[in-house]
Every structure is written in C-alpha cells, then in structure tokens.
Design a protein around this ligand. Sequence first.
Ligand code: TXD
Length: 308
Amino acid sequence: MRSKVTVVGAGFVGSTLVQRLAERDYADVVMFDIVPNMPQGKALDMLEAGPVLGYDSLITGTNDYADTANSDVVVITSGFPRKPGMSRDDLLKKNQSIVAEVTENIVRYSPNSIIIVVTNPLDAMAQVALKTSGFPRERVIGMAGVLDTARFRTFIAQELNASVRDVQAYVLGGHGDTMVPLSRLCTVAGVPISELLSAERIEQIVQRTRDGGAEIVQLLGNGSAYFAPSAAILQMIDSILLDKKMIMPCAVYLKGEYGISDLYVGVPAKLGAKGLEQVIEVELAADEQSLLNKSADAVRELVEVMGL
Ligand code: TXD
C-alpha cells in the first residue's frame, strides 16, 4: 500500500511541498487548509499535472480532517503571518493556538503518525505539538536545520565554485539569529573548509547563513522562503518513509543530550521508519557548546512565554 502524507496549511510552503511529494510518486497526499475551496483547487491543479509528469500520486485538497485519517506523516505548516503592529509574543501565542488545534486533530485522526513541524517560531511550535499530542519525541520532529544547512552549503559552494554535493556541513541550534553553523566540521570533498577559506571569509558566510531567512524576506517584499524550505521537508519525509536512516540536523526534544533537557534544539538526528531513530552526539568545542547553550536559552524563553 502507498504511504499517506498530510500537509496542514496549503500556503506557499505547504503547497510547494505537496507538489514536490507528488513528483516523488511514492505517497498519496492530503492537503488541508481552513480556507474553503483553496486546497481543493490547488490539489486538482496538481493532480492534472500527473499525466504530463507521469506520477500517480493521489492528491486531495480538503477542509475536513476526516480526509487526513491514518496518515503516516503529517506536516504542520499552518500559521499566521506577522501583521504590522503585532509583537513577536502576539505572533507566538497566535501560532501556538493554531498548532495546538491542528495537533489535536492529527492525534484524533492519525494517532500513529509522525509529525513534522514547520510553523515558526519553529522550536517553540515543535514543543507545542509534542505537549499537545502526547506522542513520544521520536514522532514529533521540527524542520529547520536541513534548510539552514542547505543555505550554508549553497554559499560555500558558490564561494569555491564547487558542487553543492561535495559540501558537507552542519548548522545546529535554534532556528533564528542564534543558530550555530559548525564550520569546524564543514568539508568540501573531504577537505576541511579551514584549508580552503580564510577564517574571516568563513565568518562572513556564517553570518549570511544566520540572516538567510531575512535575506529572502527582504527580497520578496511579502512572505518568506518556500522553495528551499519545502525541499528540506521533503528530504526528512524521504528518510522516514523510505527508511533511509539519513543523518540530518533536525529540531529534536533533547533529554540530556548536549547537556540540554526538555527542550527542542537543532542537533544531528537519524531519521527512519520510526521517525527520530537516534540523536547523534558530536563532540563540541567549548565555544560551540556555549553558542548552542545560548541558542537553547532563546528557545526556552519562548517556551516560558507560552506557559508550557
Ligand atoms: O525553517 C522553517 N521551519 C521555516 C518555517 C521555513 C519557511 C517557512 N516557515 C514558517 O512556515 C513560516 O514562518 C510560517 O509560520 C509557516 C508557513 O509558511 P508559508 O509561507 O507557507 O505561509 P502561508 O503561505 O501564509 O501559509 C500558511 C497557511 C495559509 O494557507 C493559512 O490559511 C493556513 O496556513 N492556516 C491554517 N491551516 C489550517 N488550520 C489553521 N488553523 C490555519 N490557520 C492558518
């Protein structure tokens, strides 16, 4: 039987992800949104691309959670955009209630699913989904690190005129200004980046990576990134549904790993059929650990504002 994936939120990230999934052709996809007719319209449009592109994925748009029943993976991209005059905390609380409501419906209709959280502020929203669902941490994972790492890899490849495939890197920590690109472990075809670029140039690339989301927001003028984010989510789903056991940075609920407890923070994780199959603990240098701690503190602040 084909796998079933539900994507909640048929906005830019959600609908682009559904398109990418359909083209992979290994799962049926349900796209849910509260806006009437819109997910149905987008789903039908994508379904009609199947004969041209050669995929048989069944794509269903809906406003009814019953259609999402028995999904293997559910992705939460639903959220409220920040409006003028809204504080960060207002947005936090608004998205907290959306993610909680969505999670309750996921638990009701797909009690055995693996949840991938995408809505911002990412690490805090993953915490909301975990607490609301009562699922084990293996089945509630946040997407941020694959995207942040992809941005870092893009900039390094550009700088060295190298293939992105040869660039290995890790960006850890929370999804935000405090993320921790681990340049010490970055290699290009196995060669440490410190042998290829000056420390100063590496630092500039690290800073551009930290500002990667904002750079796109500024260029777009309205809305935020969705092509690279949807690709990053797809890689996580691939590893889970195809049981590839790939290691990639994900927001994971830590239970003492890296000296951090009861909090979502981005760390290298092995994803397979069971969801999170292993937290990979990399030995960190003192300065890296202190940056990771700072990043965790920023997430903890949000969790406290939410009263979780
Ligand atoms: O790295 C990452 N984690 C991220 C996160 C990368 C990119 C985008 N990131 C965040 O994902 C972004 O800050 C937003 O919080 C979400 C979704 O971004 P997108 O660009 O797709 O936002 P849209 O286009 O505004 O889509 C949101 C949709 C929209 O269609 C709403 O109608 C719907 O969410 N929505 C809901 N769906 C279901 N249920 C409820 N309650 C609901 N409320 C709004």
